[in-house]
Design a protein around this ligand. Structure first.
Ligand SMILES: [Zn+2]
Length: 145
């Protein structure tokens, strides 16, 4: 008798119990919105609030909100988080890096808001978008319709 199916079954269970990798999905409209907002504020940083939902291992971003009282500077953009209404739809922020750096700065990690931070570096094309978690680890970013 062939018991190899049992072995296969066991293996597939083992892989199921592994924690799944987090991914970020983002709609085309949101990508376009981040790109044009960043270009508009260049050479200053621009910052936006990301709206969406968490689906198990996936963080889905489907809307952008311009933060109230946002400030723009060449090295730091931010807004008073206390001024924001508490809203579960707010799952993170997106901001631009006019310097061209695609990595989160220490300042970015200290001011982390929500679950995910999207950074778009100059020259603000689609390939210049990156997503990071609160530890500064890059999370795969997938564009959807
Ligand atoms: Zn930054």
């Amino acid at each position: 008798m062939d018991f190899s199916f049992l072995k296969r079954n066991k293996n597939s269970n083992a892989s199921d119990s592994r924690p799944k990798k987090k991914i970020v999905t983002i709609t085309k409209n949101v990508v376009d919105g981040i790109i044009s907002y960043s270009k508009m504020h260049h050479p200053y940083e621009g910052i936006l609030i990301l709206e969406g939902e968490r689906r198990k291992t996936e963080i889905h971003i489907n809307n952008l909100v311009i933060p109230p009282f946002s400030v723009h500077g060449p090295f730091y953009s931010g807004f008073p988080i206390n001024e924001l209404p508490f809203d579960l739809k707010y799952i993170g922020t997106a901001h631009s890096h006019p310097s061209g750096s695609s990595q989160p700065s220490l300042e970015d990690l200290n001011h982390f808001y929500g679950l995910i931070s999207i950074i778009i570096s100059h020259p603000y094309e689609e390939r210049d978008l990156r997503a990071f978690d609160s530890q500064g680890r890059e999370v795969p970013l997938v564009k959807t319709e």
